[in-house]
Unconditional design. Structure first.
Length: 129
């Protein structure tokens, strides 16, 4: 296993560990403290964190892809996760932390666009091979 694969796999596993922790937080602690809408939004953030962390883990292990393609996919996906799931986490828990995070509303779709872009880039990379 090359250095790149080790690092991206470790990052993906760390993110999956974080996702499981957030899922447990949501189902035990937040369940009685958030509205149903806020909890549903939080769960969407966790779900996308899991999906895309698994994707990073899988794609980084593909031996048929160039390292540059994998790196671009990982960068787009990490940025998308941070903006998409991160903004959802902050917005959905605002009633608990009280920080003014309304400005994050427009950030969520930017994160979604980055996730879509990562998959589009990967699709084109496969088609070009």
């Amino acid at each position: 296993m090359d250095y790149y694969t080790k690092i991206t796999s470790a990052i993906a596993c760390g993110m999956l560990m974080f996702a499981v922790s957030l899922g447990a937080l949501g189902s035990h602690f937040l369940k009685v403290r958030l509205t149903q809408d806020a909890l549903s939004s939080f769960e969407v953030g966790v779900r996308y964190l899991v999906y895309h962390s698994l994707a990073i883990l899988i794609i980084s292990s593909f031996s048929t892809l160039d390292s540059a393609i994998k790196l671009t996919f990982v960068k787009l996906t990490l940025a998308g996760i941070l903006l998409f799931s991160g903004s959802i986490f902050m917005l959905s828990t605002q009633q608990l932390h009280g920080w003014p995070v309304k400005y994050l509303g427009p950030i969520t779709p930017i994160g979604g666009f980055l996730l879509i872009s990562a998959w589009g880039y990967l699709m084109l990379s496969f088609l070009r091979k």
